[in-house]
Ligand binder design. Structure first.
Ligand code: GDP
Length: 522
């Protein structure tokens, strides 16, 4: 098969949501459709630690969670689906953000009873910044939730993206009758515990559906539907693919209800891999030469071997096991023999892969996050992965000063690997580390101890709002513990503001000092 045919089959996406919105439940249903698991509950079990596809590192076992995002792939319809997991809760970390650089689209789940929640906003921002197409699934229609119009309005206002309801719910909770599937022109009937049924619009007049059609909730919703058709935005696949409009599906992951039509429609609309930017211009996914980039490194998947696995997103050409590629950063050849493909059920060895696929490669401590691997003669690198603004900061010191050498080495390597971000106090060069999630500190502490044999002390300086500023505008007398002046790895100055109030106060007092947040810098 030609490379382009393979590429056009790939649908690589992540599911983002706030914890408890239903990501696990939905993922499980998608795996069921893909015949990857036989019964519901399998993925759930993984959450509680009863299910292990690999030897998670000790810390993962202790907490019964997966530290780093995993990858599931399976064939569905004519496609090859790759789902990248984005951990939430306390296991939220920079890896969660970085995963979004490796997908071509995103499914955002919103709990209809809660509306948009904090973590959804964070993840959404990253997608928006990178122009990733976003498909929305509003979940838990079997419960009393917020009004559909209110939910759409909230998405438009809070997330600043246009919405297009692909379907429209008739009632919710106890009054829930089903959805008008606007896209496929059918009514999907909710039958409680029984399977949903499909009634084409043209058949709704039939006498057998008279109870449904005469129902007051149905009548009312029919009016809303007309309003939507007349006054709502038009659907535009171009806008969807640019990330300016999000198709919205209502349903219930648990029932499951509306999940099949959602998935089929999503899969047919979601983009296949497209050209990506490199230092040598755009590289097309169907180019003959293999290339890809490392977006995550997972250490200690197997504590007995201290293995490291680099997660590589294939961006062009054909990957074949045993091939020799070039590591762009060093311009040195590397043979890719040990590869694992990530599947929900069991991990096997990958023999070949194409753009959109994610492969795990054995890492003899050679790779860094963001590294480009290529078969091409002219060396190029994929766009640098953005740094994500950390929110939590800690001062760190070694418990035993005699171990300062290992301590420095450990910090240097873990920072390079992207496990944690490094800052230095100014003018006193105290070491401060920043993270987007608490878990990163636990992993950092654990790895410093077990890999570098150094016990560390962490002193929290709490949640902070980082803002960068120009070196020529730095006046050390303006800063103190509340508005802490530090330098990042590249030597840029930034201020860690104690809170929103401190930030506003500073801006009012010193209007000439220009402050930028990282989202704008990149
Ligand atoms: P995650 O944290 O986003 O992975 O959320 P889960 O999939 O674990 O779901 C959180 C809770 O919501 C669980 O108790 C689910 O059974 C429940 N849940 C998920 N989807 C639905 C739904 O469609 N309806 C109802 N009523 N509950 C749901």
């Amino acid at each position: 098969m030609k490379i382009s045919e393979e590429v056009n089959k790939r649908k690589t996406f992540a599911i983002i949501s706030h914890p408890d919105a239903g990501k696990t439940t939905l993922t499980e249903k998608l795996l069921l459709f893909g015949n990857q698991i036989r019964s519901a509950g399998t993925v759930k079990a993984k959450k509680s630690g009863k299910f292990a596809t690999s030897d998670w590192m000790e810390i993962e076992k202790q907490r019964g969670i997966s530290v780093t995002s995993s990858v599931m792939n399976f064939p569905y319809l004519d496609y090859k689906v790759n789902i990248l997991d984005t951990p939430g809760h306390e296991d939220f970390s920079e890896d969660t953000y970085r995963t979004l650089t490796a997908v071509d689209s995103v499914v955002m789940i919103i709990d209809a009873t809660k509306g948009i929640e904090a973590q959804t906003i964070k993840l959404f921002k990253v997608c928006k910044m990178r122009g990733i197409p976003i498909f929305t699934f509003i979940n838990k229609l079997d419960r009393e939730g917020r009004e559909p119009f209110e939910l759409l309005e909230q998405i438009e206002e809070v997330l600043d993206i246009k919405t297009y309801p692909m379907n429209w719910p008739v009632g919710m909770g106890k009054r829930f009758l089903g959805i008008f599937d606007r896209h496929n022109k059918q009514f999907v009937k909710y039958n409680g515990n029984e399977e949903e049924s499909y009634i084409p619009y043209t058949e709704l007049d039939n006498p057998e559906h008279k109870d449904l059609v005469n129902n007051a909730t149905y009548q009312e919703t029919n009016g809303e539907l007309e309003l939507l058709d007349q006054a709502g935005d038009d659907f535009s696949i171009e806008e969807v693919l640019k990330g300016d409009q999000t198709p919205v599906f209502f349903g219930s992951a648990l029932a499951p209800f509306g999940v099949q039509t959602f998935f089929d429609t999503f899969i047919s609309m979601a983009p296949t891999p497209t050209a990506r930017r490199t230092t040598d211009g755009l590289v097309s996914p169907d180019s003959d030469e293999f290339s890809g980039f490392v977006f995550k490194i997972q250490a200690n998947m197997n504590p007995a071997h201290r293995d490291r696995v680099a997660f590589l997103r294939v961006c062009s050409g054909k990957f074949e096991r045993g091939m020799t590629v070039k590591l762009a950063r060093t311009d040195k050849p590397i043979k890719l023999s040990q590869t694992q493909q990530f599947v929900a059920s069991a991990g096997g060895t990958v023999e070949e892969a194409y753009a959109g696929d994610i492969i795990g490669i054995y890492d003899p401590n050679a790779y860094r996050i963001g590294d480009t691997l290529t078969e091409s003669k002219n060396t190029f690198e994929y766009d640098e992965l953005p740094q994500f603004p950390p929110e939590l900061f800690m001062r760190v010191t070694a418990k035993n000063v005699m171990k300062s050498k290992q301590y420095r080495k450990g910090i240097e390597q873990l920072v390079q690997e992207g496990a944690i971000q490094l800052f230095k106090g100014h003018p006193m060069e105290t070491i401060i580390i920043g993270a987007v999630g608490q878990l990163q500190y636990e992993v950092f502490e654990y790895r410093m101890k077990h890999e570098y044999n150094v016990e560390i002390m962490l002193e929290s300086i709490g949640e902070r709002i980082p803002r960068w500023l120009k070196a020529e505008q730095v006046d050390t007398s303006l800063f103190d513990e509340r508005n802490l002046l530090v330098k990042d790895r590249e030597g840029n100055f930034l201020v860690l503001f104690k809170n929103d109030f401190a930030l506003r106060w500073f801006k009012d007092k010193h209007p000439k000092v220009e402050l930028t947040d990282l989202f704008e810098v990149n």
